[in-house]
Write a protein that binds this ligand. Structure first.
Ligand SMILES: [Ca+2]
Ligand SMILES: [Ca+2]
Length: 175
């Protein structure tokens, strides 16, 4: 346990984990706005990396196509899903991007940092809503083991090892 704790301390100085998000912005402007919106959901240890070669197409629509109270709409063209934003939305466009970014992430629009960690962190092994020494003890207990569904296997590669320890360190602050 002491060796692991030292490893955890070393890992806490490591880099954060990035989560890939797939969407295809139609223009550079849309891409920048979407990246900015995704960034608002980032929290310690979790960043969102926009991958633009798959996923729904994002574009700003033309004003006459929208009612004034519609902020965005979703269309289907063949196999493609298109998210079209109303350029004259009553809601600020940045907020519309944020709403759509939340949908991409599977989060509520008003997601807190804790919501993001719970959804993307996976480090709360005992599900008590916080990542603390109890969770570290669970990881430690399974350290070195392999098998399916092991608590502590954060990167889900079927074993609990240093890679998981480094991920855990992203969600855990040493007391
Ligand atoms: Ca916990
Ligand atoms: Ca693992």
């Amino acid at each position: 346990m002491r060796g692991l704790a030292l490893a955890l301390a070393a890992a806490c100085a490591g880099v954060a984990g990035a989560v890939d998000v797939n969407a295809r912005p139609a223009t550079k402007e849309v891409e920048d706005a979407l990246r900015a919106a995704l960034k608002t959901f980032e929290t310690t240890g979790i960043t969102f990396d926009l991958k633009t070669d798959s996923g729904p197409i994002f574009r700003v629509g033309t004003a006459p196509a929208f009612g004034p109270d519609v902020a965005s709409r979703s269309l289907t063209r063949g196999a493609d899903r298109i998210v079209e934003l109303n350029p004259n939305s009553l809601i600020p466009l940045a907020d519309v991007y944020r709403r759509e970014a939340a949908k991409l992430l599977g989060l509520p629009e008003n997601a807190s940092a804790g919501d993001v960690r719970n959804r993307y962190g996976g480090a709360d092994f005992n599900g008590d809503g916080k990542v603390d020494l109890t969770d570290f003890a669970i990881l430690s207990a399974n350290y070195g083991k392999s098998g399916a569904g092991l608590r502590g296997d954060l990167n889900r590669d079927g074993k609990v090892d240093d890679a998981d320890l480094r991920l855990f360190a992203n969600f855990y602050t040493l007391p």
